[in-house]
Design a binder for this molecule. Structure first.
Ligand code: ADP
Ligand code: MG
Length: 245
């Protein structure tokens, strides 16, 4: 679906929709399908890729931002077959200059991977919007919660204003009570986008709500390892297949 080295930003506006979990599980599923993937914890406020995976990395983005190590030295290999650049919680935002310094290294690092997933924070702050605008593609995660729908719409609207040229924009409905209900939520968002933004995002997939997601996170183990047959695991694998095709 994407050319080698694509930067895919994962955003939502609203927090708690499952961006971090989806980014991790997608990275895992893509790796299992043979893709080389780098997952960057780009949530500079509440980084938690390492927490969900139970990692204790020695080096993370904060060392890169402090100028102690180059970006490539912050890469940690996960034994599930993908690479991670961990973030640092409580970094309290990011001065704009830091980001400008980081982007060329990120782009050159991306050339070593099939896909780079950027797990963005929640909200709509300038750093986050800038990262989404320089990415090659955007994935917006929504849920059936009405506030997630309006927040997702806001992300899409601002993204349209921030981007010099349109980039592929995808939607994943996460925590869906059923595939049909997820499809209805997407249809509502797509209709608003068509009417008010004159764009139509595409539906990349629907991931069902599944208690085993919470269990895997609590145990700090990837879902595909702990509950490979879970509905949510199969849904993410289907998304990975589309991306990897
Ligand atoms: N498909 C799902 N089914 C059930 N619970 C989910 C699912 N996806 C996410 N969650 C729950 O949502 C919580 C928030 O996920 P997280 O990845 O931290 O969200 P975000 O990064 O968007 O803030 C997780 O702790 C998990 O319990
Ligand atoms: Mg998160």
């Amino acid at each position: 679906m994407y050319r080698h080295g694509t930067l895919l930003a994962i955003a939502s506006g609203k927090g708690g929709v499952g961006k971090t979990w989806l980014a991790i599980t997608l990275a895992h599923a893509l790796a299992a399908q043979g893709a080389s993937v780098l997952l960057v914890d780009a949530d500079f406020g509440l980084a938690n890729v390492d927490i969900q995976l139970g990692l204790m990395p020695e080096r993370d983005l904060s060392h890169v931002l402090a100028g102690t190590i180059p970006l490539a030295a912050a890469v940690t290999r996960h034994d599930a077959g993908f690479d991670i650049i961990p973030g640092r919680s409580g970094a309290a935002g990011l001065p704009q200059g830091c980001l400008t310094d980081l982007l060329p290294s990120l782009k050159s690092l991306a050339s070593h991977y099939d896909l780079v997933l950027l797990d963005l924070g929640s909200g709509l702050d300038p750093t986050l919007r800038h990262l989404a605008a320089v990415a090659d593609a955007l994935l917006v995660v929504i849920t059936e919660d009405p506030t997630s729908l309006t927040d997702g719409y806001a992300v899409l609207k601002l993204h349209g204003q921030d981007c010099a040229r349109p980039i592929p924009t995808h939607i994943v409905v996460n925590q869906a009570s059923s595939p049909a209900s997820g499809a209805r939520v997407f249809a509502t968002l797509a209709q608003a986008c068509r009417r008010y933004l004159a764009t139509t995002p595409d539906l990349l997939g629907i991931v069902r709500r599944d208690d085993r997601v919470r269990d895997a996170i609590r145990r700090q183990t990837p879902l595909l390892r702990r509950h490979p047959a879970a509905a949510a695991a199969r849904d993410v694998e289907a998304i990975a297949q589309i991306i990897h095709a």
